[in-house]
Design a protein around this ligand. Structure first.
Ligand code: SME
Length: 178
């Protein structure tokens, strides 16, 4: 499976996303562990766009987002919902594009190389499950093309993996004796 993941050079951003999207179903597997799927998804995005300096997940527990699988430098482990770009996206339940992180009030600096950022919320019905956070070392990296395709990637991730993970979690809880 891994050796089949393809990245092509010299293509437009849209072509790169389309190639990535076409491979997501093969990459993600509902029979694998959630943490493995999350990890490979960060790697697939980073391999597709190697100039990005940070690609990762923050996963929600109660009022906080906790650092999940990522590619990049060590990062803050806990972000309160409502704080920073990640917490704001989580609170508003919408994708946030930040062309210049220095101009975003309350931006949380994890990697000093980051200059622009996009955060996509992961919602399961209306429940905020986590966010996908991507940083670039250049200003103005992300636009509506990124928003459109990253949201599609998250939709595919939810349909292929998260649905089964949550269903299996509920059935494990229902059958658990403790
Ligand atoms: N910049 C984010 C924090 C996470 S790091 O970028 C990995 C924020 O303001 O929420």
């Amino acid at each position: 499976m891994l050796e089949k993941f393809q990245v092509k050079n010299y293509q437009s951003k849209e072509e790169a996303y389309l190639l990535l999207l076409s491979q997501i179903n093969n990459l993600l597997n509902k029979d694998d562990k959630l943490i493995s799927n999350l990890s490979n998804l960060t790697a697939a995005i980073k391999e597709t766009f190697p100039t990005l300096n940070w690609v990762g997940f923050y996963l929600r527990e109660n009022d906080f987002l906790y650092l999940g699988p990522f590619q990049g430098k060590v990062a803050c482990t806990k972000i309160e919902i409502g704080k920073g770009v990640c917490g704001t996206s989580a609170l508003k339940k919408e994708t946030i594009i930040v062309p210049n992180v220095y101009e975003f009030p309350g931006h949380i600096f994890c990697d000093s190389a980051s200059k622009s950022e996009i955060v996509v919320p992961i919602l399961f019905e209306d429940y905020l499950w986590g966010v996908l956070d991507i940083d670039s070392p250049e200003f103005n990296t992300f636009d509506l093309i990124d928003k459109k395709y990253l949201e599609k990637i998250i939709e595919q991730f939810k349909a292929s993996v998260l649905k089964y993970e949550l269903l299996s979690y509920s059935s494990k809880m229902a059958s658990s004796k403790i």
